[in-house]
Design a protein around this ligand. Structure first.
Ligand SMILES: Cc1ncc(COP(=O)(O)O)c(C=O)c1O
Length: 333
């Protein structure tokens, strides 16, 4: 199977994007028999041999952009237990680029503690701020904005090129369906926060001609002060930016209907990083059924939605697992 089946469908795109192969692709798609015949999982938790999760697919395209812009220092922001920051600092370390992460506090959990070790392991330069607002201000008003060799990467490694990572992922899934490795899912369930994963999946499903319906399970606040942060409109903008980019590159696209962005906020609970009883229960069930670790900020809330959907499903349902399952190198068995 190809690493970027997206380019087989749209050959004009490769030269424009020139991604770097960082991920171990395709990621497996597997049944979860303990949850019944309709339950499937896409294993982006092992998207990289050292640290997996959903950021690696995005970073293939982001690193190419960093190189195109000749940037020499990556600056991003995220919560103290940022998975995106871990992935970015790993890729930066491997590319010989310093990575600075401006952090804001989140509820302390075992995953957050473990993630601190990961960040240290990859040599991330951490600058702690006392609130999300302080971190956002430090990011946007950073004195380094005046230097052209700094690359400012939005939280969650989401930016216009990152959407192509998950567009490609859908074409990868289509190849797996065509190869008979899994049925075409009626529903795909995924966590949504900085949103380019959902944007890529939703647009990808349309461009790849799949009938699956993508359900983004919102795990971040809809607004950051007066600004829209995690809303369908934000996802729609990412989709249309990606489409416009394809059009400007002269990529020939089939006629397609873009499905409405489907975002479900009912699993969010009281705030970003705040656990919910449903998520805790889903984490226990999923770990027992699949052997995979989940966490309470993203994948646990998405898993709760997946299990609810599965309970009444008549067609296959796919849980897109976005949380790394590789052990910290010094803790490997
Ligand atoms: C484990 C995990 N799942 C899901 C997401 C959400 O992905 P996105 O930010 O593209 O919406 C994140 C983002 O930080 C994450 O770390």
């Amino acid at each position: 199977m190809k690493h970027w089946p997206l380019f087989a469908a749209f050959p004009g795109l490769e030269a424009a994007l020139q991604p770097e192969a960082l991920a171990a692709l395709p990621t497996p798609v597997e049944a979860i028999p303990a949850l019944g015949a309709k339950a499937w999982i896409k294993r982006d938790d092992i998207s990289h041999p050292v640290y997996g999760g959903n950021k690696i697919r995005k970073l293939e395209f982001v690193l190419a952009d960093i190189r195109r812009k000749k940037s020499r220092h990556v600056i991003t922001f995220g919560a103290t237990g940022t998975n995106a920051g871990i992935a970015a600092s790993m890729i930066c370390r491997d590319a010989g680029l310093p990575c600075t992460i401006i952090t804001f506090p989140q509820p302390e959990t075992a995953t957050v503690q473990q993630n601190r070790k990961w960040l240290q392991h990859f040599g991330a330069g951490l600058q702690a701020r006392s609130s999300l607002w302080q971190a956002v201000l430090s990011f946007y008003l950073h004195p380094g904005r005046l230097r052209s060799d700094n690359y400012f990467l939005f939280a969650g490694c989401s930016n216009p090129v990152s959407t192509f990572g998950y567009l490609n992922a859908v074409f990868e899934l289509r190849e797996q369906i065509e190869a008979g490795l899994c049925p075409e899912p009626a529903d795909i369930v995924v966590a949504v926060s900085s949103a380019s994963t959902l944007a890529g999946l939703n647009l990808g499903v349309a461009l790849a001609g799949l009938k699956s319906r993508v359900h983004g399970i919102r795990v971040a606040a809809e607004k950051l002060g007066p600004f829209a942060a995690c809303t369908p409109a934000v996802v729609e903008k990412m989709q249309s930016d990606a489409l416009r980019f394809m059009q400007t590159q002269g990529v020939h696209m089939p006629a397609f209907t873009l499905p409405a962005v489907n975002m479900d906020g009912t699993y969010f609970g009281s705030g970003y990083g705040e656990g919910t009883e449903k998520a805790a229960q889903a984490m226990r069930i999923m770990t027992q059924a699949s052997g995979l670790p989940l966490e309470s900020t993203y994948s646990g809330k998405a898993a709760a939605a997946f299990l609810d959907r599965l309970a009444t499903a008549t067609q296959p349902v796919l849980f897109w697992n976005t949380f790394n399952s590789r052990p910290l190198p010094q803790e490997q068995p």
